[in-house]
Design a protein around this ligand. Structure first.
Ligand code: ATP
Ligand code: MG
Length: 326
């Protein structure tokens, strides 16, 4: 069966790193059908719309989407695109690579972040000049969906279980429901869990990231703590992410449009190529995925490297080196 892959480069270095990742996927000679579509600042300037309906429809119907980055219009693009794939979990690996400067080179973590609710459910109000409020939404169904995914995730690989990171000692009702639901689903599936309060987690992961492996957390905690972990592995430049839905998924680098280097052909394509490796695994091409991971790791270690990693190679040089290793 041919898989349809939506390709949405967007703005800035999205225009450089997304084609690089597509080149890598093409080199694997898998029967993919790539369909490219516009989103972001440039298309908004042209048409008045940051996310044209045909781009939304494409992401909502393709088997998987590879997205680059969007500039000022990021929120108008990525939030609806996540909805288009009905994404309920954001998978964010934070792994340090040999040959790349990292605060904690031993870091190797996977964040499974709830992607639909929590404080991002959007219920904010201004009650008076003096008082504004935010309603936090946690549902048993969304917590269950995340927990089911987490159980499958740790079953497939060499993981011992997962950590539930929350703040149920203070947010007893909302994080209490989250914690209890995730724990119940894990127990039903025979999956081992431990619990860590999110503030304690922040300290412990900085001091000794090796004590953690897979982390399951509510939306805001996942957002903040995975960025913290990004700092431990040497910044945003190498981090991939996946937004998984029940029937389709969207893959994107964690970094943005990098306006300071856009258009120069020197952006590091690694984060987007690793995102493409996650796409391969999602579609069941485990071996090809592993090959791409290994080719990227070998290239990070031995070069060529882009300027952000201290080298002087171009995006194209690095992409070619990765393809040569495949
Ligand atoms: P945006 O608003 O689109 O997020 P930004 O100015 O926050 O843009 P980021 O893309 O988040 O920029 O990047 C932050 C810094 O990291 C920039 O200095 C950028 O050059 C660098 N950077 C990010 N991604 C890459 C990459 N793939 N290769 C090289 N440098 C990168
Ligand atoms: Mg940014």
């Amino acid at each position: 069966m041919t898989h349809e892959i939506a390709v949405i480069p967007g703005d800035g270095i999205g225009q450089e790193v997304t084609p690089a990742a597509v080149e890598v996927l093409e080199a694997l000679e898998i029967d993919f059908e790539f369909v490219e579509a516009d989103a972001g600042d440039a298309v908004k300037a042209e048409t008045g719309e940051a996310l044209p309906q045909e781009t939304y429809d494409l992401a909502a119907s393709a088997d998987a989407t590879l997205f680059g980055a969007a500039g000022e219009t990021a929120a108008d693009v990525i939030l609806p695109l996540r909805t288009a794939v009905d994404s309920f979990v954001n998978v964010r690996p934070a792994k340090a690579y040999p040959g790349v400067d990292a605060v904690r080179p031993e870091t190797d973590l996977i964040f499974l972040r709830e992607n639909t609710e929590g404080v991002y459910a959007g219920h904010e109000d201004r009650l008076t000049q003096d008082v504004s409020t935010l309603t936090r939404v946690v549902t048993e169904s969304a917590s269950e969906r995340l927990a089911d995914f987490a159980c499958d995730y740790v079953a497939g690989d060499d993981h011992d279980g997962f950590s539930i990171v929350h703040k149920a000692n203070v947010m007893r009702e909302t994080d209490g429901l989250f914690r209890d639901t995730v724990k119940r689903v894990a127990d039903d599936n025979g999956v081992e869990t431990d619990e860590v309060l999110m503030d304690a987690f922040a300290t412990r992961v900085c001091l000794d990231p090796e004590q953690f492996d897979v982390i399951v957390c509510p939306n805001l905690a996942g957002d903040v703590l995975s960025d913290l972990a990004a700092g431990l592995v040497g910044g945003l430049g190498l981090l991939p992410s996946a937004n998984i839905g029940p029937d389709r998924a969207l893959f994107e680098p964690v970094h943005g449009t990098a306006p300071d280097i856009a258009g120069q052909g020197v952006a590091n394509p690694a984060a987007t190529i690793i995102s493409a490796a996650m796409l391969l695994e999602y579609l069941g091409y485990d071996e090809a995925s592993e090959d791409v991971h290994e080719a990227v790791e070998a290239t990070l270690e031995d070069g060529p490297r882009t300027p952000d990693l201290g080298g002087d190679a171009s995006t194209e040089d690095v992409t070619k080196a990765i393809i040569d290793r495949l």
